[in-house]
Design a protein around this ligand. Structure first.
Ligand code: BG6
Length: 483
C-alpha cells in the first residue's frame, strides 16, 4: 500500500500550518493506507527539539484533532516523525549536516521539501538545500502561499526557486484547489452535457464568488497588515475559483491542458487601473460590535500603525473576462473577515426567461457551495400546488455531498499532500498562472496605495460596507445572502 516511499521534509514544521493542517492530513493519509510504511516526515525549525520532543508535541497538540481508533497505529504514525533544528540564513551548519545524515543512503526515495514558512525564506532555503547537496532528481519542492506580495517579488521568488528546481519539480499550493467541490466543478462542467450549452453570456447574467469568514485576525496583525484581503484571498483562492468557473473545456484531463486553459482566463481579465479602481473595487475594515473588537483592537504583539489603519479586511471587485464566452458578464468577487456567516460559494445567476407567461418568477440560479457543507443547488421554478391561479415558485434541487456520498470528505491538504507524494501537479499553480494573477492584482494595489481615503468601515458581524452593496445595486443586482 501507499505508493512510493518518500522523505517529506517540512520547513516550518512546528508552526501553525504544520500542526493544524499538515500533520493531521498526513495522519489521515496514513490511516487510509496512502503512506508507504517507510515514509518519514522530517520537521525542520529553529526550535531545538529532539525527535522525542517533537513526537510529544504532536501527541499533545494533534491527537485530539484526529480520530485515533487504533492507539498502535497512532504510535506507528508518531514513529515516522523526526525533528531537526536548522539555522536557515545563518552560519551554523550543524543543522544541515544533521538533515544530510538523516537523508543519506535514501537517495532513491522521493524527496519532498515543503516550505511552510514566509516567502522571503524560499530562495535562501533552496540555495542552502542545493549547497548541502540534498537536491536529487527525485526531489520536489512545495511552496505555501503567499508567493510574494506583488508581481516583481513573485518573479524574484520564482527565479530563485527555479535556479535550483525545474518547473516540473515545483508545487505551488493553493489549498482551495484541494477542496472537493472545487474539483467537482470540473466534473460538473465537463462530465455533464446539459450545462455547457448554457454556460455563456447568452444565458448567464452574472457570477458571484464569495468567501466569507466569521473569524477576525487575532494574533495575525504582523502578517495581515501587509497582506490584506486582496493578497490573502483574492490573488489566489478567489481567482482560482474564477478560472475554473470561466475556463474553456480542456481536451484532456491532463495537468498541462487544464492549467493552460486556466491561464487563458487570467490573461483575459480586463485590467482595472487608475480611476476605474474606485468604480470597480471596494475596500472595507471591520469595526467593533458587541464583544467583537475592531481590526485595530485585535490582540497583537504591537500597536496598530498607519499600515493597520489602511489595510482592507474586506474587498469586493467587479471583474470581467474579455472573450467570446463571457463578454458583458460581470464576475463579482468578495471576501471578508468578521462577516455574519462562514460561507464560500460560487453563484451562477442565469438570465430570466425570454418571455414569461406566468406572473412573477425568479431567474434560475446555480449555487456551488464549498463550505460549510459542500453541495450543489439549482434553483428552478416549479408550480406551487393548489387549484387556484398558477404561480411559479423557486425551489432548490439540491445535492449534499455529505448525504449522497457516505465516504468521509477529505480535507483539502490530504488531497494535495497525496498528489505531491504521487508527483501529480494538476492541482498546483504553474509559474505563469501565479504571475498572471499578480499582473491583474498589482494595478489595484497601486491605486489603493495612492488613495488617501481609508477603507470603508463595516461593523463586525455584518455583510461588509455599503460600497459592496452599491457595486451590484447600481446595475439592479444584489449579493446572494443566506436564506
Ligand atoms: C488562508 C488565508 O489562505 O485561507 C486565511 O491566509 C483564511 O486568512 C484561509 O482564513 C481560509 O481558508 P478556508 O479553507 O477556511 O476557507
Amino acid at each position: 500500500p501507499g505508493g512510493h516511499t518518500a522523505d517529506l521534509v517540512v520547513f516550518g514544521g512546528t508552526g501553525d500550518l504544520s500542526m493544524r493542517k499538515l500533520i493531521p492530513a498526513l495522519y489521515h493519509c496514513d490511516r487510509d493506507g496512502r503512506l508507504s510504511p517507510e515514509t518519514r516526515v522530517i520537521a525542520m525549525s529553529r526550535g531545538g527539539l529532539t525527535d522525542a520532543d517533537f513526537r510529544g508535541k504532536v501527541d499533545a497538540e494533534v491527537r485530539d484533532q484526529v480520530p485515533v481508533d487504533d492507539p498502535a497505529m497512532w504510535q506507528r504514525f508518531l514513529g515516522r516523525l523526526h525533528h531537526v533544528s536548522v539555522d536557515v540564513g545563518g552560519t551554523d551548519e550543524s543543522g544541515w549536516n544533521a538533515v544530510s545524515a538523516l537523508l543519506a543512503g535514501h537517495e532513491s526515495r522521493d524527496r519532498v521539501f515543503y516550505l511552510a514558512s514566509p516567502p522571503r525564506t524560499f530562495g535562501p532555503f533552496c540555495r542552502e538545500l542545493a549547497e548541502a547537496g540534498l537536491v536529487t532528481p527525485r526531489s520536489r519542492v512545495v511552496l505555501e502561499k503567499p508567493l510574494g506580495h506583488d508581481l516583481p517579488s513573485a518573479r524574484r521568488i520564482n527565479d530563485e526557486v527555479g535556479a535550483i528546481f525545474d518547473e516540473r519539480q515545483i508545487f505551488r499550493i493553493d489549498h482551495y484547489l484541494g477542496k472537493e467541490t472545487v474539483q467537482n466543478l470540473l466534473v460538473l462542467r465537463f462530465a455533464n452535457a446539459f450545462l455547457e450549452p448554457i454556460w455563456n453570456s447568452l444565458w448567464i447574467d452574472h457570477v458571484q464568488i464569495t468567501a466569507a469568514e466569521t473569524v477576525g485576525t487575532p494574533g495575525r496583525r504582523g502578517y495581515y497588515d501587509h497582506a490584506g484581503a486582496l493578497r490573502d484571498m483574492v490573488q489566489n483562492h478567489l481567482l482560482q475559483l474564477l478560472t475554473l468557473t470561466a475556463m474553456e473545456p480542456p481536451a484532456r484531463n491532463d495537468r498541462e491542458a487544464i492549467r493552460d486553459e486556466k491561464v487563458k482566463v487570467l490573461q483575459a481579465l480586463r485590467p482595472i487601473t487608475g480611476t476605474e479602481v474606485d468604480r470597480f473595487t471596494v475596500r472595507g475594515q471591520y469595526t467593533e460590535a458587541g464583544d467583537m473588537p475592531g481590526y485595530l483592537d485585535e490582540p497583537a504583539s504591537t500597536a496598530p500603525t498607519e499600515a493597520s489603519r489602511r489595510v482592507e479586511t474586506f474587498t469586493a471587485i467587479r471583474a470581467e473576462v474579455r472573450n467570446w464566452r463571457w463578454a458583458g458578464v460581470p464576475f463579482y468577487l468578495r471576501t471578508g473577515k468578521r462577516m455574519p456567516y462562514r460561507r464560500s460559494e460560487i453563484v451562477v445567476q442565469f438570465k430570466d426567461v425570454p418571455h414569461s407567461i406566468f406572473p412573477g418568477g425568479t431567474p434560475n440560479r446555480l449555487v456551488l457551495r464549498l463550505q460549510p457543507e459542500e453541495g450543489i443547488e439549482l434553483h428552478i421554478m416549479a408550480k406551487e400546488p393548489g387549484a387556484g391561479e398558477v404561480t411559479p415558485k423557486p425551489v432548490p434541487l439540491s445535492l449534499s455531498f455529505g448525504e449522497t456520498f457516505t465516504a468521509r470528505v477529505p480535507e483539502a491538504y490530504e488531497r494535495l499532500l497525496t498528489d505531491v507524494l504521487a508527483g501529480n501537479p494538476t492541482l498546483f499553480m504553474r509559474r505563469d498562472e501565479v504571475e498572471a494573477a499578480w499582473r491583474w492584482i498589482d494595478p489595484i494595489l497601486d491605486a489603493w496605495k495612492d488613495d488617501p481615503t481609508l477603507p470603508e468601515p463595516y461593523q463586525a458581524g455584518t455583510t461588509g460596507p455599503a460600497g459592496a452593496h452599491e457595486l451590484l445595486g447600481r446595475s439592479g443586482r444584489a449579493w446572494h445572502e443566506e436564506e
